[in-house]
Design a protein. Structure first.
Length: 210
């Protein structure tokens, strides 16, 4: 089992990064490749080594929390590595865990690749298992409360155009966590019918504030 790789990120793609470890390039599929900037600095990518009959694949994450949540998601019937990767591209581990613990199917079905039946299985299979996730954080202590209305935490909020703006900003290299924080800081001031371009500009202002 390959638990992590440490080296220079020498290539970014829309689905993966290539990490040079002592002149060997490891292709690692990750929720947000742009979270790993190309540089001469060595980075640590926490991995899940997935072996199947026709391929050996590495899935990688910026944090232990993402790695642990990915492995928990694989325990759910009907969720494979690609779907689990998409879920983590759509929300932070603690927010996903909060939705599972609160049985918030509205939130879960907005995650990529998740329908109502799969969301129900996520709740059934994982609700009582998430406290055992390592990583030094407590989902119960995080204080995350998700309602069943349109505004569902770290995904798209009540603004229909934010989803498109968020996806565009992701391609510019901003991480899901950065965009979640930006949305929390701007959502109350953003009109529901604000355009995608205007939302992007508003989000960039939040991001530049740090």
């Amino acid at each position: 089992m390959i638990d992590y790789v440490r080296g220079r990120v020498v290539h970014l793609d829309t689905e993966f990064v290539v990490v040079d470890v002592r002149d060997i390039g490891y292709q690692v599929f990750t929720p947000n490749p742009y979270a790993f900037a190309k540089s001469d600095e060595a980075v640590t990518v926490y991995t899940h080594h997935h072996v199947r009959e026709d391929a050996t694949l590495l899935f990688g994450f910026a944090t232990r929390e993402e790695q642990a949540m990915f492995r928990k998601l694989l325990e759910v019937s009907g969720i494979g590595p690609r779907v689990a990767l998409g879920i983590l591209a759509g929300g932070k581990p603690e927010t996903i865990a909060a939705a599972i613990q609160q049985e918030n199917l509205t939130f879960l079905t907005k995650l990529p690749g998740i329908g109502k039946k799969t969301a129900q299985r996520m709740v059934l299979d994982l609700k009582d298992k998430l406290d055992a996730i390592p990583g030094g954080f407590s989902f119960a202590a995080a204080g995350i409360v998700l309602d069943d209305g349109a505004d569902n935490g770290s995904l798209f909020g009540g603004n229909a155009n934010w989803k498109e703006a968020r996806e565009a900003l992701t391609t510019l290299g901003y991480t899901a966590a950065e965009l979640d924080r930006a949305w929390q800081g701007m959502k109350d001031a953003a009109p529901e019918d604000e355009s995608v371009d205007a939302l992007m500009k508003r989000a960039l202002q939040q991001l530049f504030k740090g």
